[in-house]
Design a binder for this molecule. Sequence first.
Ligand code: FAD
Length: 276
Amino acid sequence: MNTTTLSFEFFPPKTAEGMDNLRQTRAELAQFLPEFYSVTFGAGGSTRDRTMDTVYEIQQEGFQAAPHISCVSSSKAEIRDLLQAYQAHGIKRLVALRGDVPSGEVSSGDFKYAAELVAFIRAETGNHFHIEVAAYPEFHPEARTPAADILNLKRKIDAGANSAITQYFYNPDAYFRFVEQCAATGIHVPIVPGIMPIYNITQLARFSSICGAEIPRWLKLRLEEYGDDMASLRAFGIDVVSELCETLQVWGAPSLHFYTLNRSGVISNIIKNICE
Ligand code: FAD
């Protein structure tokens, strides 16, 4: 059996059908004994109640649930309420993020960057929560320079974060170089690679253009060549991502965090491949 620690990220469903689907996804992924399930949070609190409901349900099933909190457009009072609710429900882990202001809107919250949110969580709740933050092996699109982005990660760790989860990438060298440079900058917490399975090239290209994750040319061209043949595209994607995970494991990634998009099939295949 695989010895790598795993975690899985979900988004909070909008409908009862979506909640049912997510229950089935969790039931399938439970066989891999994840360390935790995390649940995303819409900037400005747009998914607040749905994120909380999903997190509490996961917790009731006996799993560790880690809500994401994005602070952009939120007030300190709103974040304080959330922290108190999570503490009262026995939540012990958070993913602390800045978030993105929806296009056309101007941020009006009390926090400008995630490091301020981490400092606020520590000031309000001491060491109650294990805090994860975001890291970017191919660098955040708004970062002035790669070095400035790494210094920002250091600020988040110095403010009290315990570990980081990365944006997804398909080039393992980007991750290894990043981890090396973080260590040289004095960052000594686990930096867990975020893994995005390949379901669909149009959707992947859209996500990647927003978040700055690169789809290597060879991979993009190969995926485009499959056209509407989704079964072959997914089979190829499973091979590519399994190999990426194996390389990350072999070279010492501390664990793997999967962006599930609330699905389990492709991910189960990848994990079975890397367990062989
Ligand atoms: P920050 O760490 O604040 O960094 C944002 C940018 O500002 C970077 O370019 C950084 O270099 C720069 N910066 C930071 N401090 C300064 C400074 N003092 N001066 C100048 N520049 C500075 N988004 C959501 O809305 N909800 C989610 O649930 C969610 N989950 C995520 C989970 C993971 C694992 C990851 C990797 C991302 C997630 N995101 C989510 C996306 C994230 O919110 C965006 O990438 C956002 O643009 C940046 O968030 P951050 O926490 O990295 O911000």
